[in-house]
Design a protein around this ligand. Structure first.
Ligand SMILES: Cc1cc2nc3c(=O)[nH]c(=O)nc-3n(C[C@H](O)[C@H](O)[C@H](O)COP(=O)(O)O)c2cc1C
Length: 139
């Protein structure tokens, strides 16, 4: 069972967050799969998932919206959302709402957002999120 981090990113900012989340999960000894939304297939053998997108015209990027709409019941799966933004940053909250509506258990008080490129402090928050996701995995 592994952690999956699914994301899309236009300029690499949300990608940097996704990479740091996986780094954190791996630091707990858990395998972490970094998945570009356009290559997503399914959630087989996944014990926790993070889904991220930057905000484009107040929404997640299209490939992430497609991933979310293809997901069926997430029945209690530990989940989190994240993303970089420029000014309003709606995407991570929209992602969390959709994950919740499919039965996922969101493990964050609020989505992890970074304005523009995530700085080192923000990347540390991403690593901490990855460690938390890994700890949700019990087998
Ligand atoms: C066409 C376009 C539309 C955007 N719309 C929004 C928006 O509605 N709200 C916002 O906060 N940022 C918006 N942004 C800014 C991006 O979310 C921001 O540049 C982000 O850091 C990009 O991260 P990424 O490299 O992971 O894609 C927009 C950027 C572009 C190019």
């Amino acid at each position: 069972m592994h952690v999956a981090v699914i994301f899309d990113s236009t300029m690499g900012r949300t990608r940097a967050m996704a990479q740091a989340i996986c780094e954190g999960a791996r630091s707990e000894g858990r395998e972490c799969e970094l998945i570009e939304a356009a290559s997503y297939q399914n959630l087989e053998d996944v014990c926790a998932v993070a889904v991220g997108s930057s905000t484009r015209i107040k929404k997640p990027l299209p490939a992430v919206r497609e991933v979310l709409s293809s997901m069926t019941s997430l029945s209690g799966l530990a989940a989190a959302s994240f993303g970089s933004y420029g000014w309003s940053g709606e995407a991570p909250e929209i992602i969390a709402d959709i994950l919740r509506s499919k039965g996922a258990r969101i493990i964050q008080d609020e989505p992890l957002r970074a304005k523009d490129y995530p700085g080192e402090e923000k990347l540390d928050e991403c690593r901490a999120l990855g460690r938390r996701l890994a700890k949700e995995c019990t087998h």
